[in-house]
Design a protein around this ligand. Structure first.
Ligand code: HEC
Ligand code: HEC
Length: 280
């Protein structure tokens, strides 16, 4: 065998080794993220009050009401008239990460654009590919209404974003927690309506129809989850069960997180343990 061919073969083998998920297609990766950590269906799928999906997944969600708005998460299936059927993958990715639609509208809350801005190119396009692979469902959601002004934008184009390194457990856990927009629900707002980063994970936010207040998920041993073992945190995230056996109500997206790998749940746990403990 000529030398260059041998080197090329070795190089291909090495490349295969450093990309353990190379066998996963973009649609498979997108399915794992959308139905897992990104939990898009927690807003964009029709559901019963107790959280079970009650119609075609991702075909448009229930009203999400707050004092500031009544929002109807749109149909994400590729129906041409009522969904994303006429959008290109680039346009879907721009909507998710930059919050701008093909006709120039800025997406409003609670679409968690600010949390999706750091999503890698590979993951964002995988999500677009998965949405485009769904069966089109015809369903026009009602128009949303907003009673307060919303953000003028999210900061413009994000550029090219490389994949995070899963071997850096805490950084990878942070990447996943952003995609899971944990802090959208688990962090109070400042006076300008933005996430109060000095209280990251402190909870205390009313969410959902039942007016549930989100708990503190910082490592404070008394007010947060600092005294929970890794296994207990994994059970809360993937089974919706607290150490005392009580169950987590919607909209905590545990039925989505239940589909995640142990490795990814472990990375999120490692990241949560690095948050500043907050005693409130
Ligand atoms: C917390 C709720 C929530 C989550 C989670 C969420 N969205 Fe949204 N999304 C919304 C709302 C509400 C809108 C409508 C915003 C508006 O009308 O300005 C929206 C709008 C969109 C749009 C624009 C559609 C259109 O027809 O204009 C796209 C695309 C989209 N979301 C994709 C996604 C994807 C993909 C995910 C998961 C990676 C996701 N969303 C997760 C609430 C959510
Ligand atoms: C859409 C809002 C929402 C999102 C997103 C969300 N949570 Fe929650 N979470 C809740 C609510 C609500 C509860 C409490 C449910 C209850 O009281 O029954 C909860 C409970 C929890 C608990 C149990 C804590 C305790 O003391 O009871 C943990 C741990 C947790 N969430 C972690 C996370 C993590 C990690 C993420 C991101 C991967 C996340 N949550 C995303 C709403 C959310």
């Amino acid at each position: 065998m000529p030398r260059t061919v041998v080197f090329a073969a070795l190089f291909a083998a090495a490349a295969a080794l450093i990309q353990p998920s190379a066998a996963e297609t973009p649609v498979e990766r997108g399915r794992y993220l959308v139905n897992g950590i990104a939990s898009c269906g927690n807003c964009h799928s029709p559901q019963q009050p107790e959280g079970t999906v009650s119609g075609p997944p991702l075909s448009g969600g229930n009203a999400i009401a707050s004092p500031a708005f009544t929002a109807y998460p749109p149909n994400l299936t590729p129906d041409r008239d009522t969904g994303l059927g006429s959008w290109t993958a680039d346009q879907i990715v721009t909507a998710i990460r930059e919050g701008v639609t093909p006709d120039g509208k800025v997406l409003r809350p609670p679409m968690p654009v600010a949390f999706y801005r750091g999503m890698s190119d590979r993951d964002a396009y995988a999500i677009a590919a998965y949405l485009q692979s769904l069966a089109p469902v015809r369903n026009q959601v009602p128009a949303s209404s907003y009673r307060q002004p919303t953000l003028p934008g999210y900061g413009g184009p994000v550029g090219a974003i490389p994949d995070p390194d899963p071997s850096d457990k805490v950084a990878y856990g942070h990447y996943l927690a952003q995609m899971g927009h944990c802090m959208l629900c688990h962090t109070p707002r400042d006076a300008n309506g933005r996430i109060d980063t000095s209280l990251l994970g402190a909870g205390g936010v009313p969410v959902g129809d039942a007016g549930i207040i989100t708990p503190n998920i910082t490592p404070d041993p008394k007010f947060g989850i600092g005294a929970w073992t890794d296994g207990q945190i994994a059970d809360a995230l993937t089974k919706g069960v607290r150490p005392d056996g009580s169950h987590l109500a919607p909209p905590m997206p545990w039925p989505y997180l239940a589909t995640m790998s142990d490795q990814d749940i472990g990375a999120i746990t490692a990241y949560l343990r690095t948050l500043k403990p907050i005693a409130q």
